[in-house]
Design a protein around this ligand. Structure first.
Ligand code: GDP
Ligand code: ZN
Length: 304
């Protein structure tokens, strides 16, 4: 028997539930539980949500195969790409009334979600706080674009959000202090003790920074990934077309600009500026698009 066939015979499929550098926690399909695995070779990186094929070893396992991905959410700058999660179906952006919201960052999450054809859901947390209703009104513009807003209190009732998670593969993103950890704990009461242990193992010792973690939902009806370090969210991997395509209110319009690479600044026959002049599109949306395009161009070509 060839070595490849030999490997396949002994291999088990599983789901990546923790990722840190090149160390992965894999939850095996055969009920064998979670083991720590390494990925041989330097060409690929994996993320939580990846379906993999593992060969067991005395301590842990070796990942020998990765299934094709439905989607791959990541952030990037000119030098680095950071995978967030694979096979995601929706992105949950969490905001709260007691922490200043970086809306530019929020819009980057939306672009990243749209780029991978994932649903974006805005989660307005801490709705128990005074002023929460007024705070939520600030996000009406996102609802107008088609992004659903779910109001919850991580310290109270999280059922409005829970129903959106069923059967979905979600990633939760948010600035520090918005209540992501509290939300995850509320959504997953006591079901993830083992994941927690593995998380501790991956996060301790030689792994000084935090690891991304995948949590299965009750009844194994979907999962949710919590990934650290979302303060910056570069979109260097997104082309001008991808970024423009993420603007649901502008993407059809731009096809009517005279120039395909129109930046909607001073070009003649610009359909976007015409729409602004007629009040069909807000200047803020166009400014945001221009900023993201400029940043992306700079990140893709740092020498410019
Ligand atoms: P993270 O940095 O996004 O993970 O935020 P945490 O989960 O650590 O929460 C930040 C702070 O907000 C903590 O003091 C939480 O107790 C508090 N918090 C989280 N959710 C809620 C909520 O729904 N209501 C209120 N009042 N406080 C909350
Ligand atoms: Zn234009």
């Amino acid at each position: 028997m060839t070595r490849a066939a030999d490997l396949r015979r002994e291999s088990v499929n599983g789901l990546v539930v923790a990722a840190h550098r090149r160390h992965y926690g894999v939850d095996l399909d055969d009920g064998g539980g979670m083991i720590e695995c390494v990925l041989k070779g330097r060409t690929t990186t994996l993320a939580c949500g990846d379906r993999v094929e593992v060969v067991r070893e005395a301590r842990g396992g070796v990942i020998v195969g990765v299934a094709p991905r439905r989607s791959l959410l990541y952030r990037s700058d000119a030098f680095n790409e950071k995978l967030i999660a694979a096979n995601v179906t929706q992105v949950l952006g969490v905001v709260a009334p007691d922490v200043p919201v970086d809306e530019h960052l929020l819009n980057r999450w939306i672009v990243a979600a749209e780029a991978e054809r994932c649903r974006f859901l805005l989660v307005v947390n801490k709705s128990d706080l005074p002023g929460a209703a007024r705070f939520a009104e600030r996000f009406a513009q996102y609802a107008a674009l088609g992004y659903r807003t779910v109001r919850v209190s991580a310290k109270g009732d999280v059922s409005p959000l829970a129903s959106w998670l069923r059967g979905e593969h979600s990633v939760i993103v948010g600035q520090s202090g918005m209540g992501k950890s509290t939300l995850i704990n509320a959504l997953l009461p006591g079901t993830n003790a083992r994941t927690g242990e593995l998380s501790e193992a991956l996060r301790s010792g030689r792994h000084t920074t935090t690891a991304a973690m995948l949590y299965r939902l009750p009844g194994d009806d979907g999962w949710i990934v919590d990934s650290p370090g979302m303060k910056v969210f570069g979109l260097a991997h997104c082309t001008q077309e991808v970024i423009t395509g993420a603007f649901v209110d502008l993407r059809e319009l731009v096809s009517h600009c005279r120039f395909r690479d129109c930046r909607h600044i001073s070009e003649p026959d610009c359909a976007v500026r015409a729409a602004v002049a007629e009040g069909r599109v807000t200047p803020q949306r166009v400014a945001l698009l221009q900023t993201l395009l400029r940043e992306s161009a700079a990140a893709r070509d740092p020498a410019r």
